[in-house]
Design a protein around this ligand. Structure first.
Ligand code: GDP
Ligand code: MG
Length: 137
């Protein structure tokens, strides 16, 4: 089942110089392709669309502030079961609960600054890809 996922390497990953390391892990999965990749600083409108499901939650305002605090690497990753697969590489949201060997488990401590976003379902992927790469949908 070939899928597409919207992956963001968050500002902490860019600031800490971890983008190459994280991209390598994605590239090494057999048959997956990065078909778009861009360094960009996200504006409030994009973040509100992207994280709209979390609006009103206590972590929402600090999250969007953090996500606008520096550039992110936005990517489209395509391949076999890539939606579930990048989520597995990333590990659970809380980096302390994430297993060593996962991206969040290896590099993260703070829940907000957990290095990577990856679409969590086909519906989310379709919605998020339209926000970040409207020309490629
Ligand atoms: P994800 O799909 O694993 O990225 O997690 P969610 O969609 O639930 O949350 C989006 C992002 O908000 C997470 O990746 C974290 O950066 C942040 N976040 C989620 N839950 C919390 C929380 O309880 N506290 C804080 N500070 N940040 C959170
Ligand atoms: Mg999510």
């Amino acid at each position: 089942m070939t899928q597409r996922s919207l992956v963001l390497l968050k500002p902490d990953a860019v600031r800490r110089g971890l983008t190459g390391e994280i991209i390598s892990r994605i590239e090494r999965k057999a048959g997956w392709q990065i078909t778009a990749l861009e360094l960009r600083t996200l504006d409030a409108e994009t973040l509100e669309a992207h994280y709209g499901e979390h609006k009103g939650k206590p972590f929402y305002e600090p999250l969007v502030e953090f996500m606008a605090s520096g550039p992110v690497v936005a990517m489209v990753v395509e391949g076999e079961r890539v939606i579930e697969g990048v989520r597995a590489l990333a590990g659970p949201t809380d980096p302390i609960a994430a297993a060593p060997g996962s991206i969040r488990g290896d590099y993260g401590v703070i829940v907000r600054e957990n290095l990577i976003h990856a679409s969590d379902s086909e519906e989310s992927a379709e919605r998020e890809l339209k926000i970040f790469f409207p020309d490629r949908v």
